[in-house]
Design a binder for this molecule. Structure first.
Ligand code: FAD
Length: 409
């Protein structure tokens, strides 16, 4: 009987196991995961769960009976330490697993500041434990300082502000959300924070988190180049994640900001990667980004399922299928529902194509290489979703502009 080992017991790993079963794989499936809690969904951790509106049960990825029905050998609380590709063995801190095929879905691990101290009140936000600890520290009289104006930091800022906290966000770049949305749209989208009383300070450099034993503030070089201390009761370090590949250093896999895979998500014969940890050539965007790594829920879900179908093909000696897709993510901040399709990286022209940013409802198109490469929507879903087809068809700039002009009439 064949055995598939999946490393990472979260969204991509779960979807891989489900897809193996729905596509008829009847062999053994072992899933190895570092975390000890049941399988849960991460997006609510900065939203309803952090707000205290949803409990741990509400964010389960699957009901207990659905997990049982999968006939998977779950190894929660087990950390993978090495992959021996030649002998097809996964080594972990609790024992070895031989495999016929392996799917790596170890996601991302939060980045920390260099020399980040351990004062109480300093948080990161990736796991349910992180979210519970941060939630317990947020109270109306508290001043939360968020370091990093990315999506997760700004979502947490909005949630904390809605709970009555005073919130300051410190960002080193000239605008919030720059990596995802680019400078002009990042600034536009983050207006909702100013409107709701969150102070976002860009172009500041964080020097040190102060305090001991409890956090007391953050020493920065401010936007005018002067030293300053920003007082804080609670600090969230939200400076992104690094792909969790530390355990693969001597595996022989190519690691370059993620596990480098081919178009089929395969990184070595019979070994596949999926989700936040995977870097692969997405044929739909090859002209603007030769390989990409995507940290979105939908991609993790789709890639987990896709990698599983290629595992089955590999085991049956059949041809593998490439994974190419239009990446999609959403983000909720105050009353804004942000949706983003495609890749904004390398855009050379960004235009508002529907609605009005001043009214907080609009869509913007991103162009690169004379074609449509991404669409952003803020509380305007009807302008965003039809654009998926344009992105799949790699619409030229003029075709896309004609579509948006017609949709506006
Ligand atoms: C707070 C928060 C809010 C988010 N909000 C959104 C959103 O609104 N929209 C959106 O599109 N996306 C959102 N995301 C991103 C989305 O949740 C991720 O893209 C998705 O969880 C990735 O799934 P994954 O399975 O690839 O990785 P992960 O969910 O990171 O899971 C990887 C698992 O592997 C385990 N692991 C790591 N190393 C090892 C090892 N050596 N051995 C064993 N196990 C290991 C980890 O402990 C973890 O459980 C959010 C993420 C966070 C943290």
């Amino acid at each position: 009987m064949s055995r598939v080992v999946i490393v990472g017991a979260s969204l991509a790993g779960l979807r891989a196991a489900e897809s193996l079963r729905t596509h008829g794989f009847d062999g053994e499936i072992a899933v190895v995961g570092k975390e000890t809690r049941h399988l849960y969904d991460r997006p609510p951790l900065s939203k309803k769960f952090l707000a205290g509106e949803w409990d741990a049960d509400r964010i389960r990825l699957r009901k207990p009976e659905e997990i049982v029905a999968l006939r998977v050998d779950w190894h929660h609380g087990t950390t993978a330490t090495h992959l021996d590709i030649e002998n097809k063995v996964l080594l972990t801190d609790t024992g070895d697993f031989t495999y016929d095929a392996c799917i790596i879905a170890t996601g991302g691990a939060v980045r920390r500041l260099p020399n980040q101290p351990n004062h109480t009140g300093i948080h990161v936000l990736r796991t349910i434990n992180d979210a519970e600890a941060l939630r317990d520290d947020l109270a109306p009289d508290k001043h939360l300082v968020v370091i990093g104006a990315g999506f997760i930091g700004l979502e947490a800022a909005a949630t904390a502000r809605a709970k009555g906290c005073t919130v300051t966000v410190l960002e080193g770049l000239p605008a919030p959300l720059i990596r995802g949305l680019g400078e002009s749209m990042g600034r536009t989208v983050a207006r909702v924070h100013h409107d709701n009383g969150v102070e976002i300070r860009c172009n500041v450099r964080v020097e040190e988190i102060l305090g001991g034993p409890a956090v007391s503030g953050v020493r920065i070089v401010n936007e005018h180049g002067a030293p300053e201390v920003v007082d804080a009761d609670v600090v969230l370090v939200g400076i992104g994640v690094a792909p969790a590949t530390d355990w693969l250093g001597d595996s022989g896999l190519t690691i370059n900001d993620g596990i480098v895979c081919d178009e089929n998500l395969q990184c070595a014969p019979g070994v596949f990667a999926a989700g936040d940890v995977a870097r692969w050539p997405n044929a739909l965007f090859a002209d603007i980004e030769p390989t990409m790594r995507v940290e979105h829920w939908t991609t993790a879900s789709e890639q987990g399922a896709h990698a599983a179908t290629n595992v089955i093909a590999h085991l049956n000696g059949e041809p593998l299928t490439p994974y190419s897709a239009v990446p999609f993510f959403w983000s909720d901040q105050f009353t804004s529902r942000i949706q983003f399709l495609g890749r904004g990286t390398n855009a050379d022209d960004v235009r508002v194509v529907a609605g009005n940013p001043d009214e907080g409802k609009f869509a913007a198109a991103y162009f690169g290489n004379d074609r449509l490469i991404a669409v952003l929507g803020v509380s305007l879903p009807k302008a965003v979703m039809p654009a998926r087809k344009l992105l799949q068809d790699r619409a030229t700039k003029s075709q896309a502009l004609a579509h948006f002009a017609e949709a506006a009439t």
